[in-house]
Design a protein around this ligand. Sequence first.
Ligand code: ADP
Ligand code: ZN
Length: 610
Amino acid sequence: MPAVSHQAPDALQILQSVFGYPVFRGAQAEIVDVVARGGDALVLMPTGGGKSLCYQIPALLREGVGIVISPLIALMQDQVDALAELGVRAAFLNSSQTGDQAFAIERKVRAGEIDLLYVAPERLMTSRCLDLFGSIRIALFAIDEAHCVSQWGHDFRPEYIKLSILHERFPDVPRIALTATADADTRREILQRLQLEEARQFVSSFDRPNIRYQIVEKANGRKQLLDFLQTEHAGDAGIVYCMSRKKVEETAEFLNENGIPALAYHAGMDQRQRSTNQSRFLREDGIVMVATIAFGMGIDKPDVRFVAHLDMPKSIEGYYQETGRAGRDGQSANAWMAYGLQDVVQQRRMIDESEADDAYKRVQGHKLDAMLGLCETLTCRRQRLLHYFGQASDACGNCDTCISPPQQFDATVPVQKLLSSIYRVEQRFGAGHVLDVLRGVESEKVKQWRHEKLTVFGIGADVAEAEWRAILRQAIAMGLVSVDYEAYNALKLTDAARPVLRGEQSVQLRHYQKPVKQKRRSTKSDYAESNLGKEGQDLFERLRWWRVETARKHNVPAYVIFHDATMREIARLRPTSLDQLRGVSGVGERKLETYGAEIVGLIAGMSGEG
Ligand code: ADP
Ligand code: ZN
């Protein structure tokens, strides 16, 4: 902590002097207050909401070490480096260290030289660690990614269950649990398993207004992705999620071949390669990371401009968490996804074939239904998402369904034709064959089974194949048709199909929407140019160069030096003195001390040139 006057600093002073931010956001001030006074808290905030300050500031305000429990070992070094840039004495203990390194940190902790200590949960449970904690003054425990305690959640970590030991061993130390996963069941589970029943709960709005949601029907996913990247995100950093390792590698290669710098990341790669790629993504500008969901938790790169899904996630929680990694700096960002029939079929199969018990499968089935509902919705995506998290909202105007509302049509007759065809081929054939029969295609298989003789043969010839696929996909999503994975993915009718076949129930569906070639919109320089004149733009570019150099020298990601938003503000204000620079959001005392003179000098130098 930087030197302060004789009086103990208050929370706002620390926010301004250490972090360089003028005001608290949302519930931050209240949360900091509760924890600084020794109370427990449960904090639910979307990614990018500003959770870290909620424990970092109380840790600096209270006597002793703030212990942060986090499962994200790979990111601890960066977190500690970023704090060091702010002048905060931070360290970590995890399995990546040698015995000697750990010993050195423990000695510093004992000597009172550390304000914030990051610890992996499995490390915390060792008697050595618990002994250490028993012998020092602890300011607070922060339990980050607290949803990892939820057994039915998507990030379950068994070590998290044991964290109730904190309350038993250190009953007087305040605890703050934080997560971006919002649903009420998970919240209950966190409170109960961590014995946080007394905690004050802070549930923020989950809306991320700067993210634009867009879900397109998949035709040729990779090409659609390329088009999206080329037209909307030239030069931007972003993440592309795929389901399988193979697809991750193929997609990364495909993007590279097409001139987009892309790296791969999945659990099958060796540890070294993975961390090299992660670190390049964080440190270099404009890299696209193609990854399985093994990538991303805790990634706090603020300038991820898009998150794209080439496969549909299993649940809305997953989707929201993954897309939430875009636009943490509050600037506009895109969440884009391509999904199709295959996604629906594959995800249902994964649930059916999993070895979990029925209760678990039922929960997963509901989660999948909600996800499909989001994909097929005729109304605002954001409204749907927020509703899922128990929050009411109006149509947003910043998602694809708001911007160009999908066409809805009465699909009762086509759906009846589809259902009859499935029935006529005795529910023994998969999608390809059923659609051939419907459309009157005389394939080998059709001839082999003499299906051209069926009354349904060709009754759907007036509708294009893509439209039929969209209809079938929606019929499966709605539960009118099921897929029998044990019998070559044969399509079957469910009980819900009967009233439709008998004409007792009508069906409304979305029209298939042809992928339209997108018009070039925002590019990187458009972002930078916003509100900056030509001069400001030049200065901004100069600052970027300076930042790249400086980040390299300090061996930290560029955004740890200054965020884009901070640099843009500097470029706009052109401060000519340290005092002027002090007022810029994101410039704290330590950074002013370290970089202030350089920046002011750089600006003076440029004015001289002009
Ligand atoms: P979370 O952990 O909730 O995803 P972070 O703690 O990483 O979010 O904060 C997201 C970004 O917002 C960070 O870049 C952080 O520096 C910034 N931030 C947090 N609080 C404030 C604030 N009060 N004023 C300005 N920026 C803030
Ligand atoms: Zn909307």
